[in-house]
Design a binder for this molecule. Structure first.
Ligand code: PLP
Length: 399
């Protein structure tokens, strides 16, 4: 007998299909790279991955994962404080702290997990979190959790609006801790947080700045050290959260980089640290090799910036109007979700994999295809993708 829950789920899935918003998973049987092999499609160019530096299948990164598997085995067997912390975690955390310019770092199984850990652990009922309106879902859920667990106050300021942020800080001047949180690079828009203004306001209003640099670590700044590097102010952000799953090797994992005391306190009290297994050693080993690649290869970051600039300029030259920006995230707004899905499908027919995003990932009426360029794309890859955009754009009457 089918339960009422099953019936409801089937009905909703049918509605997603009818509305043209059903997400179909595409299966790959090759590693992530600028060109991948997609089941049923053959070779396609990927323009929608977070593998910004092309490190996810880099020989040194893969070899380090193998070596860590051989040295430490497959499982971590328990929580860090109960069963022992592996030396590879310590080495990774030291390398991450050095890379982003903080005193210490603590690894997590994902940045989502790091964001869940951060707010609920550090704050209490006397405190307030002040969050950018367009922050990532993991920040939003981390804040929701903190509201329930830590009973802190939470509020939102208009996206990247320093005047609104200042007014919000002033309105909460009686709070014990004012914690401002922003994405470094906003993942659906590709714009960069106005960090100098945020830090200046924080100093004046005695607030803490948290930046989620998931799309900025390995991406922004001449050395790829993140949003602070972009503004030449490395070391001025109080707390950075970020992922190991994007530019840093594309595996999985996340981290919090902050003062030694903050990381120590999180080790003592953060529930995901106390009640959940650590990052697998294979992943920690690969991530460590990826950080070392990043520190040794600023030319990869320069190539990423050059590729992003080229693709953006050529798209504009074809008649598209991508959102303005200076990051490798290049969104083209289309309006309705079904239109974004249609464009994504037609591009795939042309051998280019670009995901369409609609509600609820982005606001209603602002559905888009989001291109992401990598350092590993060759000029031939980008030009082939641009020819596909031109063909599909003409077919849909967009250009
Ligand atoms: C800003 C931001 N924070 C956090 C995450 C989640 O990272 P992870 O995959 O490590 O959980 C993402 C991933 O999309 C992100 O864009």
């Amino acid at each position: 007998m089918t339960s009422a829950l099953e019936q409801r789920l089937h009905a909703e899935l049918d509605r997603f299909r009818a509305d043209g918003v059903y997400k179909r998973l595409n299966y790959l049987d090759s590693p992530q790279a600028p060109r991948v092999t997609m089941e049923g499609r053959g070779e396609v160019i990927i323009l929608s991955s977070n593998n910004y530096l092309g490190l996810s299948n880099h020989p040194a990164v893969v070899a380090a994962g193998h070596a860590a598997l051989d040295q430490f085995g497959a499982g971590t067997a328990s929580v860090r404080f109960i069963c022992g912390t592996f030396t590879v975690h310590r080495a990774l955390e030291a390398a991450l702290a050095e890379c982003v310019g903080s005193e210490a770092a603590l690894s997590f199984v994902s940045c989502w997990n790091a964001n869940e850990a951060l707010f609920a652990t550090l704050l209490g009922p006397e405190d307030v979190i002040i969050s950018d309106q367009l922050n990532h879902a993991s920040i939003i859920d981390g804040i929701r959790l903190a509201k329930v667990i830590a009973k802190c106050e939470t509020t939102v300021y208009r996206h990247a609006d320093l005047a609104d942020l200042e007014a919000t800080l002033t309105a909460h001047r009686d709070r014990r801790t004012r914690l401002i949180v922003t994405d470094g690079v906003f993942s659906m828009e590709g714009d960069i947080a106005p960090l100098p203004g945020i830090v200046e306001l924080a100093r004046r209003h005695d607030a803490i700045v948290v930046v989620d640099d998931s799309h900025a670590t390995g991406v922004l700044g001449a050395s790829g050290r993140g949003t602070a590097d972009h503004y030449d102010m490395v070391g001025s952000v109080d707390i950075i959260t970020s992922t190991l799953g994007k530019a840093l090797g594309g595996a999985a994992g996340g981290f919090i980089a902050a003062s030694a005391a903050t990381c120590d306190y999180l080790t003592q009290r953060a529930r995901p640290q106390l009640f959940s297994n650590a990052l697998p050693c294979t992943v920690a080993g690969s991530a460590l090799a990826a950080v070392r690649q990043l520190r040794a290869r600023p030319d990869l970051v320069a190539q990423l910036h050059a590729n992003a600039r080229y693709f953006r300029e050529q798209l504009i030259g074809l008649g598209f109007r991508p959102l303005p920006g200076a990051t490798p995230i290049i969104p083209v707004i289309l309006g309705e979700t079904s239109q974004a899905m249609r464009m994504s499908e037609l591009l795939l027919d042309e051998g280019v994999f670009v995901t369409g995003f609609g509600y609820p990932v982005v606001p209603q009426g602002e559905a888009r295809v989001r291109c992401q360029v990598s350092a590993a794309h060759t000029r031939a890859d980008l030009d082939q993708a641009l020819r596909a955009f031109a063909a599909v754009g003409r077919r849909l009457g967009l250009i």
